[in-house]
Write a protein of this length. Structure first.
Length: 209
């Protein structure tokens, strides 16, 4: 079963409470998302592999370690964009591959509208970024796209999940590590997480009604 990691860090709790607040304006929402990405990203990166190297300090040679292999951040457009900068602060040499998926409001099924994945050899590690793991449909479609590309190790990094979404992703691909700030109890009839934080894209980009 893909492991679910819920981050108990007080900074995450603090950022999450601000994100949930319906009066949090878009600029503050984006700032808190980035802050949260920094902490969640550190936890998610803890298992990355390193390779030994020789370094020369100004005084003497010594041994060090660098992150091994190519690494990709894959934000799901558009809400996943809000997690990219925080992750890039931690992993400045990561590649960023965008994946466009929207949820058909009638069927709640994901529809892919943008992908450049697959054009070159796959990175060994991918961090799939989407703040909300609601029904799991989008995450399952994104993970399937990454596996078709040949990515070996996938970490899902998000803010909130619902049990249905976590179970769907774990059932689809038990190899994916799931990192979230919290798990909320349920979904509403539109597939939104309750109590959640609303539409994570609209709240970042001031596009809600
Ligand atoms: N997408 C969102 O932005 N919010 C939800 O609650 C579910 C999916």
């Amino acid at each position: 079963m893909g492991t679910l990691h819920l981050c108990r860090h007080p900074l995450v709790a603090d950022a999450l409470a601000l994100l949930r607040d319906r009066d949090c304006p878009p600029e503050a929402f984006r700032r808190q998302l980035r802050r949260l990405a920094l902490v969640l990203g550190q936890e998610a990166a803890a298992g990355l592999r390193t390779t030994p190297i020789e370094v020369r300090t100004p005084l003497a040679p010594c041994r060090g370690e660098r992150l091994a292999g190519r690494l990709a951040l894959v934000p799901v457009l558009r809400a996943g964009l809000g997690l990219v900068e925080g992750l890039l602060d931690l992993l400045p040499e990561a590649e960023v591959w965008h994946l466009g998926l929207f949820r058909d409001e009638a069927t709640l099924e994901p529809v892919e509208y943008y992908s450049r994945l697959g054009g070159s050899p796959p990175p060994g590690d991918a961090f799939l970024l989407d703040p909300m793991l609601a029904t799991g449909g989008t995450a399952v479609a994104a993970v399937a796209a990454l596996r078709r590309w040949g990515v070996e190790r996938i970490r899902f990094v998000g803010v909130l999940g619902a049990p249905a979404g976590v179970e769907a992703l774990q059932r689809h691909d038990p190899g994916v590590e799931i990192h979230l700030a919290a798990l909320d109890p349920e979904l509403d009839e539109r597939g939104y997480i309750l109590p959640g934080l609303g539409d994570a894209g609209d709240r970042q980009y001031r596009t809600g009604s």
